[in-house]
Design a binder for this molecule. Structure first.
Ligand SMILES: Nc1nc2c(c(=O)[nH]1)N[C@H]1C(S)=C(S)[C@@H](COP(=O)(O)OP(=O)(O)OC[C@H]3O[C@@H](n4cnc5c(=O)[nH]c(N)nc54)[C@H](O)[C@@H]3O)O[C@H]1N2
Ligand SMILES: Nc1nc2c(c(=O)[nH]1)N[C@H]1C(S)=C(S)[C@@H](COP(=O)(O)OP(=O)(O)OC[C@H]3O[C@@H](n4cnc5c(=O)[nH]c(N)nc54)[C@H](O)[C@@H]3O)O[C@H]1N2
Ligand code: SF4
Ligand SMILES: [Mo]
Length: 708
């Protein structure tokens, strides 16, 4: 707990100085605790909460300047209605009454004509706090009976992949990485995307741990590793199978663990017999000797941990990739040791504390029990353009996200948003690429203007978020937005009008009174879990047999390979030869800037301009083969879209791979281009995610019309 003499603590006040505790809302594993100083109702300082056990007083280069975002002159502070063409960004201020009555009339009209499924609610990862994501919004669309979006742009594929092996997606406490002696950072750019974990990795390192980064890009994290392994993108399952071959062949398997706690070991042995290091090398582009060495080190070091996050899931076979990785610690028995096993997202551990389903449910809701139309969130762009879709989408609500810039195949989304017969409502802090296509824009508060409770996916601390200042202008939080919309629609169910305090009480009903007091007082509380969390040290996998599934009957029943396997992506270098001959380069569009959080900061003066601007990184061999030089303007294109960028010669990517940073807005580009114009919107194998990174492109001088 903070103890600063002479200031009032916790609640916000319009006069005097107060210090208010909060928690970062971003879709970031770190969920840092923060402290806001408020003087006479104005937030004057924002720092990391020094007593937070995980973030330990540090924020990041995105959120260090959060007050500039809050008080930005570009903030949307009043409702707006569109007065120019869709996308033109021409709006006029209106009252909340006019906005709400316009929306209610359009929604009632659309529902009368097409039924409630014509309404599509689209919320993404802008705020991952509980009140902001579930509660009133979900209740509102339940009441309406709107289309339900399934799948996810982030996380579900990795979770479902790991669950196919373990029964759930849980792993070790990420902070326990400090006890590890071999750390495989597998498809995660820790120093950029998960920076507060790095000190725990350094702690392990100073006790002798080795850090291996496995990534197709030489990232800042790879630069700091003890060993950087650079496979071709999307080939990790082959690497893992090759490693398992060596583990079995050389007797590195903990047979006692495998026999007691897994099923299908014999079938797995047969499968991996096919995966000699040479075969794995031919698929991954690695040297067979490196695969041998990695497997030997992994099989002979404990505790060993595999750390993954999201980047590697954005693939056609992303779930199978995660299922396959999850088999490795089952063979070595790494789960027995503190700091051993696998650590991905810790969000599953919050399930016992936060009942999301209960929070979004409507006990009396008329439409709640009726069947809802389901649509994958990654296919909203496709659905908006589908003339056969019945009923068509005629009303779109977008909040907590900038889908035009963050969804794959953004030109499909743009064509959809341009439709005259689509009525779009966007609730936002800024006039994003998506908001420019809205018919009505409603002003949204920032995290320091609202109260909430914030779970984490990179540690085990639940965060409190107290409101530090009053909402600016006429902005409202997500809960108040849906209370107002409910009233305007004439809905009367009391659950639609629950106050934030009531919602927080409901959210925290499983928390003991002592923990609740600690949460309010300190700004965080650890989940009620043992200090030494060893989830699978003695098996106990939540599968029907209690064993982990090296062989999965459930996958077999769904027509999937029951064993871990490698399948090349259709849109990949080992995929469709006709496509590869036209578009021979794999495009990665990962999170690359320290000052960006997805597309949330590129428009702010101390973020975008300091990162320079977007570019495409190309290996010297690929540039030379096309006669391209550093700094030249090139076109990057495929059948979905085309963008123009300066070329950067780079040794960070392998030949055959190019990379463009994700996070820039189209409206800052001379042609309005977005890198997601190029990305693949094929769904992943299971888990409902999408194959952003299985994207093939060609690169040429900007003046070459079409070199293919
Ligand atoms: N600074 C900053 N931090 C962020 C974000 C941000 O935008 N900026 N975004 C936040 C969000 S929403 C998320 S989900 C997390 C994501 O956190 P991460 O998953 O760590 O980040 P990504 O950039 O998506 O991907 C990580 C790495 O995966 C690699 N990768 C891609 N394909 C493959 C593959 O086939 N195999 C292997 N082995 N590696 C592969 C990429 O090259 C990349 O370096 O970061 C969060 N933190
Ligand atoms: N090419 C490519 N595409 C990607 C990725 C990638 O690595 N490469 N990453 C994917 C991943 S992992 C993710 S998570 C998604 C992220 O996709 P999005 O969730 O769309 O992420 P942001 O771009 O950060 O946009 C969030 C928006 O929410 C708004 N916002 C913040 N707080 C609130 C609030 O309380 N209320 C309301 N109404 N609005 C709020 C912000 O102003 C911001 O404009 O992008 C995905 N797209
Ligand atoms: S974006 Fe991530 S690292 Fe930055 S303050 Fe928020 S939770 Fe912490
Ligand atoms: Mo994400």
């Amino acid at each position: 707990m903070l103890d600063t003499p002479g200031v009032t603590y916790a609640a916000h006040m319009s006069t005097g100085t107060s210090i208010v505790l909060g928690t970062c809302h971003h879709d970031c594993p770190d969920s840092c605790g923060w402290v806001v100083t408020v003087e006479n109702g104005v937030a004057t300082k924002m720092r990391g909460n020094p007593s937070h056990p995980y973030s330990r007083g540090e924020l990041c280069p995105k959120v260090n300047r959060f007050l500039d975002r809050v008080y930005s002159p570009e903030r949307i502070l009043h409702p707006l209605k569109r007065v120019g063409a869709k996308g033109s960004g021409m709006f006029e201020q209106i009252t909340w009454d006019e906005a709400l009555s316009t929306i209610a009339a359009r929604v009632h009209g659309a529902v009368a004509q097409h039924g409630p499924a014509t309404v599509v609610p689209m919320s993404s990862a802008g705020n991952q706090s509980v009140l902001a994501t579930v509660t009133i919004g979900e209740r509102f669309f339940n009441r309406l009976g709107a289309t339900t979006l399934t799948g996810s742009v982030c996380g579900a594929v990795a979770r479902e992949g790991v669950s196919a092996t373990y029964g759930n997606g849980n792993g070790i406490d990420p902070m326990d990485i400090r006890f590890s002696r071999l750390i495989l950072l597998w498809g995660t750019n820790t120093k950029l995307t998960n920076r507060h974990l790095w000190p725990f990795i350094e702690e392990a390192r100073s006790a002798g741990a080795r850090v291996v980064v496995i990534d197709p890009i030489r990232t800042a994290t790879a630069e700091d590793a003890d060993w950087f392994v650079q496979p071709l993108p999307g080939t990790d399952a082959a690497l893992a199978l090759g490693m398992m071959h060596v583990l079995v062949r050389d007797g590195h398997v903990d047979r006692d663990y495998a026999d007691r706690y897994t099923s299908g070991y014999e079938q797995l042995v047969e499968r991996v017999a096919e995966w000699t290091p040479e075969r794995a090398a031919s698929v991954t582009g690695l040297a067979a000797g490196d695969i041998e060495e990695l497997a030997t080190e992994y099989g002979s070091t404990q505790p060993s941990v595999i750390r993954t996050l999201i980047g590697a899931e954005h693939r056609e076979h992303g779930a199978m990739l995660f299922r396959t990785l999850a088999c490795l610690p089952l063979l070595t028995g790494a789960w027995r040791y503190r700091g051993g096993g696998l650590t991905r997202s810790s969000s599953g551990w919050f399930g016992a504390t936060i009942d999301r389903e209960g929070l979004g449910a409507l006990s009396s809701g008329t439409a709640a029990g009726t069947a809802r139309r389901l649509l994958n969130t990654n296919h909203v762009g496709r659905a908006l353009n589908d003339p056969q879709l019945d009923p068509p989408i005629t009303v779109l609500f977008a909040w907590n996200g900038n889908p035009l810039a963050t969804q794959p195949n953004s030109e499909a989304m743009r064509r959809g948003l341009e439709r005259d017969d689509l009525f779009t409502v966007v609730h936002e802090q800024f006039l994003t690429d998506t908001a420019r296509y809205a018919d009505i824009v409603l002003p949204a508060t920032t995290q320091i203007e609202q109260v909430d409770v914030v779970p984490a996916w990179g540690h085990l601390y639940l965060g409190a978020n107290h409101a530090a200042i009053e909402p600016l202008g006429e902005s409202v939080g997500n809960t108040e937005l849906f209370r107002r919309l409910s009233r305007a629609m004439g809905f009367t169910e009391p659950e639609l009008f629950a106050t934030d305090d009531e919602l927080i009480d409901q959210t925290l009903r499983h928390l003991s009174p002592e923990r609740r007091t600690a949460l309010d007082r300190d700004g965080y509380v650890r989940l009620d879990l043992p200090e030494e969390l060893l989830p699978f040290a003695q098996g106990g996998f939540p599968t029907p047999s209690g064993k982990a599934l090296l062989w999965s009957d459930a996958l077999a029943a769904r027509g999937e390979d029951p064993l871990p396997t490698y399948t090349p992506a259709a849109e990949g270098p080992q995929g469709d030869p006709a496509l590869v001959s036209r578009y021979p380069l794999v495009l990665l569009t990962t999170k690359s800037h320290t000052r960006f959080l997805n597309t949330s900061y590129s428009h702010l003066p101390k973020h975008g301009p300091l990162e320079g601007g977007p570019f495409v990184e190309v290996h010297a061999d690929d540039a030379a083969a096309r006669g391209l030089v550093d700094g030249q303007t090139v076109r990057v294109w495929n059948d979905r879209g085309s963008i123009t960028l300066p070329l950067r010669l780079s040794m960070s990517v392998r030949p055959g791979v190019v990379s463009v940073p994700f996070g820039w807005w189209g409206q800052h580009d001379p042609d309005g281009s977005l890198v997601n114009s190029l990305t693949n919107d094929a769904l992943s194998d299971w888990g409902g995610g999408v194959a952003f990174h299985d994207t093939l492109v060609q690169v040429a001088d900007v003046n070459v019309a079409d070199a293919t």
